[in-house]
Every structure is written in structure tokens, then in C-alpha cells.
Write a protein that binds this ligand. Sequence first.
Ligand code: CMC
Length: 429
Amino acid sequence: MEKKATLTLSDGRSFELPTLPGTVGPEVVDIRSLYGKAGVFTYDPGFMSTASCNSTITYIDGDAGVLMYRGYPIEELAVHCDFLEVCYLLLNGELPNVKEKEKFVSTVTRHTMVHDQLNRFFTGFRRDAHPMATMVGVVGALSAFYHDSLDINDAEHRRVAAFRLIAKMPTIVAMAYKYSIGQPFIYPRNDLSYTANFMRMMFAVPAEEYKVNEVLVRALDRIFILHADHEQNASTSTVRLSGSSGANPFACIAAGIACLWGPAHGGANEACLQMLEEIGDVTKVGDFIKRVKDKQSGVRLMGFGHRVYKNYDPRAKLMRETCREVLGELGLENDRLFKVALALEKIALEDDYFISHKLYPNVDFYSGIVQRALGIPTALFTCIFSLARTVGWIAQWQEMIADPEYKIGRPRQLYRGATRRAVKPMAQR
Ligand code: CMC
């Protein structure tokens, strides 16, 4: 039997609204007909209770600390799969078999180079620009270079654009980095894995051979897996909203990158590492926690808290494990900032303020330490996040375009401004 919810307005009028079940998670009240029937809008800034779309890609249970891509728990994917398998899964709904993986990896690999003229595009930026500023510009500019994959109504164009974006993001991030430090761009190498190739493009110089360290490659690959998708977060919603007008995929992903840049979203691991640097020493942790608890100070414990997770972020657990592995491999077991992070986490998890506000470490709490140990500069952290999230953005964008219910996104508002009034001539104002 179809379930319904009843809404009674203050004037006594009642309306029945259908409810829609999910496969897991809360059911939703379908309010699409509400304005037509009742002439009222709903009010939900920040989308606290609003499902903006239906999706089959990623599921989060924030209270239980669960994250699944296409039904597979993140803990299993992080251990049994590499990033490109996870990309295949997000895009196609199933994990690849050996043949499917081979074909997918080969297609991605053959799209890693960028148009040669893009090299000159980079030189238009100041070398001291924030790399995310460069990324927003360069990724947006891809639509000026790849005219043959811009028709969003053509499934083949969408497929090619998806491959181009996933394959070229590592090249573009590495180019942004090389440009900022004044080193020559390193071209991709097709005999290396996706992540090893990225590390080489980042850290090799033409003057000597670059040796790939598999432990570090695996750690970075895990960072990519953990950041690959996170359902309808701010940047993904931005990509969907941009795409809903029919904008091309490169422009949409550039919009996602711009949104991700903010410190409350992708910029948090950069902010978290800066915070750890500022604290500097385990003896200062207690004082810092006091400042965080003092509302007047405006200080937040970066890398803690999440709109959806009201429990330990499952990605943070995996990242803490990776952090230990990387520091062990590099002989940095006594890393000062890792010690500060562990001390902060211990105190915060036992403190009433954090317990009562349900504040737990999120993925960014440890990922900054890992990236720093890998030699990635702080300013590049959000670029790494955008590289990894590109597949999620693209999968969500593809899903939206193929959805028969797809419409331009157009929220309504509660208007609280002036009511109608006449413009006075200048002399009377
Ligand atoms: N430190 C101290 N207090 C906090 C923190 C924090 N990190 N996060 C939330 N609170 C408090 C906040 O002061 C408020 O307290 P009260 O109810 O007493 O006024 C309460 O918790 C609710 O906070 P909110 O800002 O309304 O919660 P939100 O769901 O809008 O914000 C958040 C989520 C992630 C923006 C926030 O927790 C935050 O700013 N965290 C630090 C930044 C961070 O680590 N962001 C990375 C998110 S994970 C990466 C990603 O998925 O993009």
C-alpha cells in the first residue's frame, strides 16, 4: 500500500503527500506537488532535511558511521580494490572483472596527456597563485580545448568527457604544482599505475630517475579511494546544480572545484594541518581544547565534526591506519604533528563538549599528516581532494543527466525584503 504523510497548515487545510522509500535509510516525503496544491513552500536552508535528488551511488549512515559506494562498505573497498577499480564501480555500478578492468585502465591511461597548448595556459598564472585558483581556471578551460565531448545529450560525448576528466586531473594537479615551484612539467608515463604516475609527475625531475615507492603509492591511492564520492555534499550538489542547466561537464567540474576550496569542505585538511602546526607541541593541546570550547574565541577544532557523521567518520579510521604505515615506512614514527593529532583526538573523545555535540574526527584529521609525509605541500591538499572527487562528481552528473526526472535545479525562497514601494526622484531621497 502506498504510504502517505499528512500536512496540516495553520489555516486548518490538510494535504496528503506521498512518501518514497529508499533501499536503506530514511523514507522521504515527496513534496513536489505541495506548492501546486497548497500554495506554500518548505523552508530548509543548508538542506538539513531535504533530499535534492534520488541516487544509487553512495550511501552514508552518519549515526552509525557507515559509508558505502554502490553497496560496498568503504572499509572493504579500501583494502581489496585500487582507485581505478573504485572509479569503475562508481561510474558503472559494479566492480570490474579482469577484462573490464584492463580495458578501463587502458582507456584512462591513454587520456592522461593534455593538449600541448594547455602548457602555455598555465604560464598566464602568477607562480605564487594558490594552486586551487589555477585548478578552477585550467579545468574550466578544458571545454575550450576538447570541443568534441561537450554535447551532454550524447552518451558517447559524456563517456569521453568522463574519461578525459579522470585521466587528466593528475596531470593538471602535478602541472599546477610544478609551475608553482618553477620546475619543468613532467609528462605522464603509461607503464605506471594511475597513482604511481601521479607521484612521478609530482616529484620527478628530468635530471634523474624517479623511484616509485609502492608503500607511499598505496597510501595515496587509499586517499583517492576515501575521497572518491560522498553523496550530496556541497561540491557534488554544486556540480549537479551547474549541470542541471545543461552546462558542459568541464565547466561543471570547475564549479565543483571552486566549491570544494572552502575551509568548511575540502579546505579543511589544509586548515587542520595549519592548526596542528600552530599548536606545535603536545603540551599545548589542553590549552587549545579550552579555546575551542570557548564560544567567544571562534576557534574550531579542524578535522572534527561533520554535517552527516555524528559518529567516528569511517574514513578517518582508515586514514589513521595509513598515517601510521606511511610514517613507519619513512622512519617518522615520532612525527611531532602526528603526536599532537593523537593527543588532540584522545582528549576530544573523552571531553563532554565533543561528546555532547557528537563531534568526532573526520577524514581530514589525518589525511593532512599523510600528505605532508608524502612530500605534498599544504597548499596542494585540496587539489588532491579534487583529483579524487572528480570521479564522484562525474558519476553523479552522469546519473542526473540520465534520470528521467531530471530538471533544472531552481530552489525557492522565503522573501523577507521590502514590500512594493515607488522609486522617489533623486531630489526627494
Ligand atoms: N569544533 C568545535 N565545535 C564545533 C565543531 C568543531 N570542529 N564543529 C561543530 N561544532 C559545534 C558548533 O559550534 C555548534 O555548537 P552549538 O550547537 O553549541 O552552537 C555545533 O557543533 C553544530 O555545529 P554546526 O556548525 O551547526 O554544524 P554543521 O553540521 O553545520 O557543520 C562542519 C559541520 C563540518 C562544517 C563543522 O563541524 C566544522 O566546521 N568542522 C571543522 C571543519 C572540518 O573539519 N570540515 C571538514 C568536513 S569533512 C570533509 C568533507 O566531507 O568535506
